[in-house]
Design a protein around this ligand. Structure first.
Ligand SMILES: *Cc1c(COP(=O)(O)O)cnc(C)c1O
Length: 365
């Protein structure tokens, strides 16, 4: 029987499985620590703007997200004409793939890279080429070794999700310098707001000084606006021009756009979240380590916890144990990490409960 057939590559894509969205049992407080959402919610100012916009839902948004591009420009010192806003950075990653990849091309991502990359690659008929990592960290030499005449794009989340590791800016520059000039390097800075390392940079300098590098960022993490779907990219003029040609004319909603502006301007809220995250990330890494579990050093708002393969101590069993207590972490089987769980840094209460639960789990209680 004849019926519509998806384009080549589409059915090779493994469906994306998001973190569990638990339904609380009656009487059981549930902590969702599975999707790297902030425990603080958005800035109260962003919520206020959102409520005000509700009075005007009949109007189309301003199609270029001008006020948000200007606000991002002010916050990061960028030319607003070289910014595109999107319905989450996911939309921008997909637009970049759609603009630069087609059948027969290759795009490189790393072993435990963000799963949206292979999806965006394969959705456009291109092949996802996987570069091995070193210590759960992107390896510039391994990436460069895989470059072929078909390579068109390299995806790099810095810091990376779900590992929490990062590449120093010198390494990112070495990667750029080693890639052929026609290869687009996409730097995904979703977690940059949580990093305080002297050797880290979000990549603005590279984008500003090359013709083949873009960076993307999101309002879903430190700004707490994941539900609104809003992100942005900064790129060379010719890339901005090309991507804008296929972007939906009203791709960012007015509530998203205006709430994002207010969120960006509330630097106190961001600083509070960053300070809390750092403090509890260090605490969790150290305390969980004392239980005999390995924690990959993270610079983001989550930690990767590794479990042994021994019966009674596996990550699947830990996951079930924690879930029973209302503590929902992220299993990572589809990220090639079957023995690890990713935990988003939560409130002090949530963090302490996870530690206690892990202690009990390891004690076989
Ligand atoms: C969460 C995340 C994003 C953000 O995606 P949005 O579509 O903006 O919500 C982007 N990249 C990585 C690596 C992430 O983990």
């Amino acid at each position: 029987m004849s019926r519509p057939v998806p384009n080549p590559g589409i059915l090779d894509i493994a469906p994306y499985t998001p973190g569990k969205s638990p339904v609380p049992e009656p009487g059981r407080k549930v902590f969702k620590l599975s999707a790297n959402e902030t425990p603080f919610g958005p800035s109260p100012k962003a919520m206020e703007v959102y409520r005000q916009v509700a009075a005007h839902l009949e109007d189309y948004p301003e199609g270029t997200s001008r006020v948000l591009r200007e606000a991002v420009g002010r916050a990061f010192g960028l030319d607003p004409d070289r910014i595109i806003c999107g319905a989450g950075s996911d939309e921008l990653l997909n637009l970049l793939a759609h603009t630069y990849l087609s059948h027969g091309d290759e795009a490189i991502s790393t072993t435990h890279g963000f799963l949206v990359y292979p999806i965006a690659t394969m959705a456009n008929g291109a092949t996802n080429v996987v570069a091995p990592e070193k210590n759960f960290t992107a390896d510039v030499d391994a990436i460069l070794k895989l470059v072929s005449p078909r390579t068109k794009l390299v995806w790099l989340a810095n810091p990376n999700n779900p590992t929490g590791t990062y590449l120093p800016f010198d390494e990112v520059k070495r990667l750029r310098a080693g890639l052929p000039p026609h290869v687009l390097l996409v730097l995904d800075a979703a977690y940059s707001d949580y990093v305080s390392r002297n050797d880290y940079e979000i990549g603005i300098e590279l984008v500003a000084t090359t013709e083949n590098t873009v960076m993307t960022h999101t309002f879903s993490k430190i700004h707490g606006l994941a539900a609104l779907r809003v992100g942005w990219m900064f790129g060379p003029a010719h890339i901005v021009d090309a991507v804008n040609r296929i972007r939906g004319p009203f791709n960012v909603s007015t509530p998203a756009m205006l709430a994002a502006v207010a969120a960006l301007e509330d630097t106190a809220h961001q600083q509070m979240s960053k300070t809390h995250t750092e403090k509890w990330r260090n605490w969790l890494t150290e305390e969980i380590g004392k239980l005999g579990l390995k924690v990959t050093p993270s610079v983001a708002n989550f930690v990767l916890i590794h479990f042994p393969p021994d019966k009674g101590r596996t990550s699947a069993e830990a996951d079930a144990f924690l879930t029973q207590r209302g503590l929902v972490l992220r299993a990572l089987n589809n990220y090639g990490l079957p023995h690890a769980l990713r935990m988003t840094i939560g409130t002090e209460e949530a963090n302490r409960l996870v530690l206690q639960a892990l202690r009990d789990f390891m004690a076989g209680k």
